[in-house]
Design a protein around this ligand. Structure first.
Ligand SMILES: Nc1nc2c(ncn2[C@@H]2O[C@H](COP(=O)(O)OP(=O)(O)OP(=O)(O)O)[C@@H](O)[C@H]2O)c(=O)[nH]1
Ligand SMILES: [Mg+2]
Length: 633
């Protein structure tokens, strides 16, 4: 008689910035740059008011002793740190250490297995040591842990994988963590495993031969993804990375099925784009608050022995493990959903404008990069006419090469329909400032540059701006650009700016509605996973590693069958042999020339092939060949 061997194998797998003095008396001439192409840094002092920066001074300027002597010199890195600290404080415990890994969702798994009280005659008939014609595999228990899962409730350990991925993550240098995490996140989601089915026999007074009564395991919890209108960043994912749905309860005696595992809902901000980690293809794009989709369906519960009862096998001693819930790492990227985006050089007055036109209270201060993260505000005109406006961090010349901060956030304008370009009218060269920012937008994305926009010439309350306005206006108008003047601080002229933006928005909305797309299916990822889960057991591929005499049988249906086989029960092995025979694995292997002693790998299972010497005459009543096994679903 042939020996069968089955063994389990573990599855592997500062920039410095110069601030000009604020008091007129402290004005210092800006040193000429030796580079003729270098345009003068528009850093100047206007009373106690703003200084607009359109570019960072070249590095060598910082080593000039004359500049180092400035008593009022402030380094950007310092101001950035200060502002960052402030932001971290605002968002509460975000600066605290990384959260401990969540507790594993495993179930203690203390369930009773009822066995016994079955007809001894049946036992003799059904459970004699039978043989099947052809080949057989022998189980070798390689590690206790692998088996423990099926009996005691699995505690699934993902640490290996997670660790690897986290280690691989390359930290972007130069961008503070709070900014990196504002609109990007990497999360791990896992649907719950199904609960195990059990073998139990009904033992009741006056009910002789009660028969099998082992209940099925409960289905694992699902992972849902939902758009939460109150969120406007992905910062919460900085502290919680792992989302695991609950495991289904195991079945119990008296035909009691296990309860379904707890679902988990991952809440994201409107405008979040979801990709599988490391891949380009977009899985989901979530735009509207309240949208909800099923991301990963929970694993099926394993069947208990009551489900295996049939005419030919009245007392089955077999139960399945619950199916493992699917898992994946996801890259989340947020592109804010705002109707209007305010862009411009640092310190131009963008946040001031937002604070005047909406109830938003962004931080406003007379230094560049006050705004480190985009701010959103809602502008209401009437009861039903509102628009969402985003104030973005300032843009510098060279932003596309990584200068300043604004470029990091330009992608948030991708979803805006209209842009308001704020120019600091009191700057030395407002037109140059305008052109520099415009160029950056074009370099970032031609699509953004094509969006309708208006120019708002700000700080008209200052004499310098007032003086420069006529020439600026003339120059831009001659280029066909719509330009407005305003004083954001005083709230003068802002209404014209914002109403024009609203008119443009309405126009673009009308055009967009003409091309309305079909409603999006948010469950398609789950459908894809479900399709994989229900793949036919007959679909598999066999590959051969001639060097090591190893055969790999790959097929998701077959692999799931192997994972759900609970070797603890005596009929499991017979069913296993039967299924491999029935789905054609044995036949295919023989056809491909498998030899005695070769290793066959199916999923996590390692088996040794033995040519059986037994023939058809060895088959006995109740053997795997004659027993009708419940179909594997
Ligand atoms: N006089 C005058 N000052 C203004 C006006 N608008 C803004 N400011 C000042 O300009 C400075 C910068 O304003 P912010 O609104 O923080 O500028 P910002 O464009 O948001 O700057 P970043 O966030 O650093 O890019 C502040 O000191 C404001 O008080 C204005 O219309 N007139
Ligand atoms: Mg700002």
């Amino acid at each position: 008689m042939a020996t069968i061997s089955i063994c389990f194998c573990p599855y592997a797998l500062a920039r410095p910035r110069v601030r000009t003095p604020r008091t007129p008396s402290a004005k210092k001439p800006i040193p000429p740059n030796p580079n003729p192409n270098h345009k003068q840094l528009s850093a100047r002092t206007i009373g106690v008011e703003a200084t607009t920066y359109t570019r960072l001074p070249p590095k060598e300027d910082f080593s000039l002793p004359s500049l180092l002597d400035f008593s009022s010199e402030v380094k950007l890195s310092e101001s950035r740190v200060a502002v960052e600290r402030k932001i971290e404080k605002e968002i509460g415990d975000l600066s605290s250490e990384e959260e401990e890994e969540e507790e594993e969702n495993g179930v203690d798994g203390k369930f009773e297995v009822f066995e016994g009280n079955y007809d001894s005659e049946l036992e003799d008939e059904d459970y004699e040591d039978e043989e099947i014609e052809g080949v057989r595999y022998e189980a070798i228990e390689r590690g206790k842990d692998e088996f423990q899962g099926s009996a005691d409730g699995e505690v699934v350990n993902f640490d290996g994988n997670e660790g690897e991925l986290e280690e691989e993550e390359v930290k972007e240098k130069g961008v503070p963590a709070v900014m990196r995490c504002f609109d990007r996140a990497k999360i791990f989601v896992k649907a719950g495993d199904g609960g195990n089915g059990v073998v139990a026999m009904r033992r009741e007074k006056f009910v002789p031969l009660g028969g099998p009564s082992g209940g099925d395991g409960g289905r694992g919890g699902n992972v849902y993804i939902e758009v939460d209108g109150s969120m406007n960043s992905l910062l919460p994912f900085r502290n919680s990375v792992h989302f695991r749905a609950g495991r289904g309860d195991h079945g119990r005696g008296q035909s009691q099925n296990g309860a379904k595992g707890e679902d988990v809902v991952v809440k994201v901000a409107p405008g979040t784009v979801i990709r599988e980690a490391g891949k380009e293809e977009v899985l989901l794009e979530l735009l509207h608050p309240g949208q909800r989709g099923l991301l990963l369906p929970g694993g099926r519960g394993g069947r208990g022995n009551a489900s295996f009862k049939s005419g030919a096998n009245k007392v089955p001693r077999i139960a399945e493990n619950g199916a493992e819930g699917p898992e994946m790492w996801l890259d989340l990227e947020l592109k804010l959903v705002a109707d209007v985006g305010i862009v411009g050089a640092p310190n131009a007055g963008k946040s001031t404008l937002l604070s005047v036109i909406s109830a938003a209270q962004p931080t406003i201060a007379n230094y560049p990069f006050t705004t480190l993260l985009p701010n959103l505000g809602v502008v209401s005109f009437d009861y039903d006419s509102t628009m969402v406006v985003a104030d973005l961090p300032g843009l510098l010349e060279g932003a596309h090469r990584g200068f300043g901060l604004g470029h990091e956030f330009l992608r948030h304008t991708e979803r805006c329909s209209v842009l308001i370009h704020v120019v600091d009218g009191s700057g030395q060269q407002p037109e140059f400032e305008y052109d520099a920012v415009r160029l950056e937008l074009e370099l970032f994305s031609p699509e953004i540059a094509e969006k309708p926009y208006i120019v708002a010439f700000n700080k008209m309350d200052l004499p310098d701006a007032y003086e420069q306005w006529p020439s600026f206006k003339e120059s831009l108008q001659s280029r066909g650009i719509e330009v407005f003047c305003m004083s954001a601080v005083k709230g003068e002229g802002t209404h014209e700016v914002i109403s024009t933006a609203y008119q443009l928005l309405r126009k673009s909305k009308v055009t967009k509605e003409e091309f309305k797309e079909d409603p999006v299916d948010l469950n398609h990822v789950a459908d894809m996973v479900h399709k994989q889960q229900t793949a036919s057991i007959n679909e598999f591929e066999i590959s051969h590693d001639s060097g090591t005499n190893t055969w790999h049988v790959v097929g998701s249906g077959l692999q799931r069958f192997v994972q759900m086989t609970n070797w603890r029960y005596m009929d499991s092995e017979r069913r296993f042999q039967h299924v491999l025979e029935a789905c054609g694995v044995n036949k295919n292997l023989k056809k491909r020339g498998v030899k005695e002693g070769d290793t066959v790998l199916i999923g996590d299972m390692e088996m040794v092939w033995h040519d059986s010497v037994s023939g058809p005459s060895n088959l006995k009543k109740g053997s795997a060949e004659t027993t009708k096994w419940a179909q594997f679903k």
